[in-house]
Design a protein around this ligand. Structure first.
Ligand code: ISL
Length: 551
């Protein structure tokens, strides 16, 4: 297994809008992040992944880019950004930017120019005539009366993946929001533009990119209809599409020249596909984020709840641990698109214990851990009671498309909405959790009096300090990074696995339940490196998580 800095690193994900507001306008910003670098450094992470801070109308919180080479005034300016980079670098912390390359904003200059049927930009996006028939069973949207969209693809956020543009008199493809038109990667000029964007940031010394929705960039010729039975019609045509590997190989030539790391975000990806994307000799991506563990509580329709099973979780994690071979994955429990891990995979009744248990898994599996802001203090989901508390364009559109009232879907909204992850970082017990002196763009979780960074920093038993300890344990023990993986007990509610590297052996023992249970494996000759209780016990206590080591 080849060794690399990014395999040994722990990443921290900062969602700027919700991290720290320095100006009092209720929106987090780059100077706010700078104020909190000591905190990030204290946690002991090696790199920061910053969600998009580019100039954007913010239809999807920055994932709709108007100008890739400018910082959005909401977040600051290029000088602020350079200061952030320098402050991080001076502490040995790398900076990874978000590359949103599947689509731009409809306010991007390229799209504006593409509205013209002639000239260089005309094929930068997917423009098509509508179908002049009413004999189809899919919904028409915002087009001329006698037209339906060019094909039956559905968008990720619900509804058709096409909108009609009055000015050009044609339809354009958008796999996400109508304000996020898909770039036409078949056009070599588009690929050159994206490489130009990469070079622009690499010249500014960024250390890599997290590549947004990067496995949907390749659409098949002819944009064929999907099967109406598919969960998201059309998905199979553009997910891991025909040219995606070539395109990524092209991009990797740019990042490799600068020694930058690349992480591909890929919903709908199995381990065989991931192996191909990340096999070092193919030069496509360094690692991927897959969604298979995020899918274990996924069901259709989305407003139904589904309890996840520990056996499914173990199966997924194990499959990836063993199946990637020479490839690599990013390990995450949550991010800005997912509910809070404690509320989902842990237990709010055993909040601190289960937050520490999830951290233990993340720091002892093979892969690069990505900690999303707030996880290190065990932040929980937000109790949404009304639709007007929601901000996320995805959930708002899904509710609209479902035709249901908020009350009818409230339980699922609370469980699933991306806004759970986007409520402000809880810094202290004061008003607005110390996030802003103004009115926050989204409500602060009322539990900030109890759950906040300030109260945890000096408490040796806090979730924060357990993360710190685990991060150091990982760094001090290459077996946790490069070792082989074997599950050694499949007995629910316990999850036990062993990592092995040369003479070193580490065993992680986890109790995924709120009752005491037997410790099922023999650990004679092992040292207990850490657990998430203040003492030792023969039985495993609720959500107890232990790491044993022999070397
Ligand atoms: O968020 C999801 C489910 O709730 C995913 O389907 C998500 O849309 C997909 O993983 C792509 O996500 C990324 O691109 C989106 C953006 O809204 C997300 O925030 C981003 O992480 C469009 O740019």
């Amino acid at each position: 297994m080849g060794r690399n800095w990014w395999k040994e690193a722990v990443f921290y994900q900062v969602y700027p809008r919700s991290f720290k507001d320095s100006r009092g306008d209720g929106v987090g910003d780059i100077p706010g992040i700078i104020q909190k670098i000591d905190y990030i450094e204290k946690l002991g992470v090696d790199a920061v992944w910053l969600n998009p801070v580019y100039n954007s109308p913010q239809a999807d919180n920055g994932y709709d880019v108007r100008n890739y080479r400018k910082i959005d005034p909401e977040f600051g300016d290029m000088e602020d950004w350079a200061e952030l980079r320098d402050e991080l670098h001076s502490r040995g912390i790398k900076l990874v930017m978000d590359l949103v390359a599947n689509h731009t904003s409809d306010e991007h200059r390229w799209f504006q120019k593409s509205r013209n049927r002639d000239g260089k930009y005309t094929d930068y996006y997917f423009w098509r005539e509508g179908r002049n028939t009413k004999n189809t069973d899919y919904e028409s949207s915002r087009g001329p009366e006698d037209e339906v969209p060019p094909n039956n693809w559905e968008s990720f956020f619900g509804g058709p993946a096409w909108s009609y543009d009055q000015e050009r008199g044609e339809w354009y493809l958008h796999l996400f929001d109508p304000k996020q038109p898909d770039l036409n990667w078949r056009n070599p000029d588009v690929r050159e533009e994206i490489k130009g964007v990469m070079r622009f940031w690499l010249e500014k010394d960024v250390d890599g990119f997290r590549m947004d929705a990067i496995n949907v960039i390749s659409k098949p010729e002819g944009l064929p209809d999907g099967d109406a039975e598919e969960e998201q019609t059309g998905l199979k045509h553009y997910m891991n599409g025909p040219e995606v590997h070539e395109y990524l190989h092209e991009l990797s030539k740019v990042s490799k020249r600068y020694g930058a790391v690349t992480v591909g975000e890929m919903s709908t990806l199995n381990v065989e596909q991931a192996r191909k994307y990340t096999r070092p000799d193919r030069d496509e991506l360094d690692m991927v984020f897959h969604f298979e563990h995020m899918d274990i509580d996924h069901t259709e329709p989305w407003w139904k709840l589904k309890e996840w099973e520990l056996s499914d979780l173990k199966k997924v994690l194990g499959r990836w641990q063993n199946g990637l071979e020479k490839g690599w994955e990013g390990l995450y429990w949550g991010n800005h698109d997912q509910p809070r891990p404690v509320s989902r995979f842990g237990s709010e009744d055993y909040r601190a214990e289960s937050a520490k248990l999830l951290a233990t898994i993340q720091m002892t599996l093979k892969g690069t851990p990505f900690v999303y802001q707030g996880e290190e203090i065990g932040m929980t989901n937000f109790p949404f009671e009304r639709q007007d508390q929601l901000r996320d364009v995805e959930m708002l559109r899904k509710i609209e498309v479902s035709g249901k009232s908020f009350e009818e879907v409230a339980e699922a909204v609370n469980y699933r909405t991306r806004d759970n992850a986007r409520t402000p970082m809880q810094w202290n017990r004061e008003e607005n959790a110390g996030f802003t002196p103004g009115t926050p763009w989204i409500e602060v979780n009322p539990n900030h009096a109890e759950i906040n960074a300030e109260s945890q920093l000096n408490d040796p038993g806090s979730v924060f300090n357990h993360y710190r300890e685990l991060i150091q344990i990982r760094k001090n023990n290459p077996v946790l990074i490069y070792g082989s993986y074997n599950e050694i007990s499949t007995e629910n509610p316990v999850y036990v696995y062993r990592r092995r590297l040369e003479d070193a052996e580490a065993v992680t023992v986890l109790n995924f339940s709120s009752s005491e249970t037997r410790q099922p494996v023999d650990v004679e000759g092992f040292e207990l490196l850490t657990n998430n209780y203040s003492d030792e016990n023969s039985k495993l206590r609720p959500y107890e998580a232990r790491i044993y080591l022999k070397d």
